[in-house]
Design a protein around this ligand. Structure first.
Ligand SMILES: O=C(O)c1ccccc1NCC(=O)[C@H](O)[C@H](O)COP(=O)(O)O
Length: 271
């Protein structure tokens, strides 16, 4: 892992579990619901494009939410969520591929698979409209390469959200062919959240995309990028702050999961 400091033991444990989790012995082929189209529809309806996350628990959450995830997901959509994110990581987040399958069958918005994917075969465990790939964890020896995984995901029909935390990781993501980039306000080494992360890194991401265009960068670089602000967005003021900093969409978990998920989603999508 590309990290300048110690890694939080919880994250070490998440990665150890991810290394041990197998893949599937079939190959999935997905007809994905478009994330950018869902964001555009939300904008056209006057709502902030929000990916609401079904996240039963996490290393930084007290307790576990045990309500039916399908009922939670339906209430998020009723509250105006443009898309959903569903944790499939079982050991630390209380998720499962079966949960994602059930949620995706019950809603018509795009569903992101939120997990810690390290190997191509792990893509084939369940169908989703998009998968998360975390740039930081795919620079580790013994994992598949980010660019190869993006290509493997696209070949199966998935959209890919590449999660970053630093300018360097954004550069790596863009060079690897990412078209949808998440900037995580949570530092996965220390688990600290700081909303100024998105404010600092997003302008650099836009600059890199413009620079890639003007220099005729022939690599895998996309000509445009959808930027998503992830983590730590707790209030309408936080949401407005991320939008002012240039977020095309917001990924929100804890603040929606804590209490009435429909009301929470309404509060964060209607600014
Ligand atoms: O959420 C955690 O506690 C966590 C701990 C260790 C690694 C990853 C973690 N979260 C993953 C996420 O990306 C968030 O679930 C997502 O961005 C939503 O964040 P939030 O709105 O702060 O719940």
């Amino acid at each position: 892992m590309d990290s300048s400091g110690e890694i939080d033991p919880e994250v070490e444990s998440i990665l150890a579990a991810a290394r041990d989790r197998g893949g599937a012995d079939r190959r999935v082929s997905v007809e994905a619901r478009s994330l950018p189209a869902a964001f555009a529809d939300a904008e056209a309806a006057g709502r902030v494009p929000v990916i609401a996350e079904v996240k039963p628990t996490s290393p930084t959450t007290d307790g576990e939410r045990t309500d039916d995830p399908v009922a939670l997901a339906e209430r998020m959509v009723a509250g105006g969520a443009a898309a959903l994110s569903v944790l499939t990581e079982p050991e630390h987040f209380g998720g499962s591929p079966e949960t994602l399958e059930r949620v995706r069958a019950a809603v018509d918005v795009p569903v992101l698979r939120k997990d810690f994917l390290l190997y191509e075969a792990q893509l084939d465990v369940v169908e989703a409209d998009a998968v998360l790939l975390i740039a930081r964890f795919l620079q580790e020896e013994g994992t598949d390469d980010l660019a190869d995984l993006i290509e493997a995901a696209h070949d199966r029909g998935f959209q890919v959200l590449v999660e970053t935390h630093t300018e360097t990781e954004v550069e790596t993501a863009l060079a690897a062919g990412a078209e949808i980039v998440g900037i995580n306000n949570r530092d996965l080494a220390k688990l600290a959240v700081d909303l100024s992360t998105f404010e600092r890194v997003a302008p650099e991401a836009r600059r890199l995309v413009r620079g890639g265009q003007s220099s005729g960068d022939a690599g895998r670089r996309s000509e445009s990028v959808t930027l998503i602000a992830e983590s730590g967005i707790a209030t309408p003021e936080d949401a407005a702050r991320m939008r002012s900093a240039g977020a095309d969409a917001l990924l929100i978990g804890s603040a929606i999961m804590d209490g009435d998920v429909q009301k929470n989603t309404e509060r964060l999508t209607n600014l």
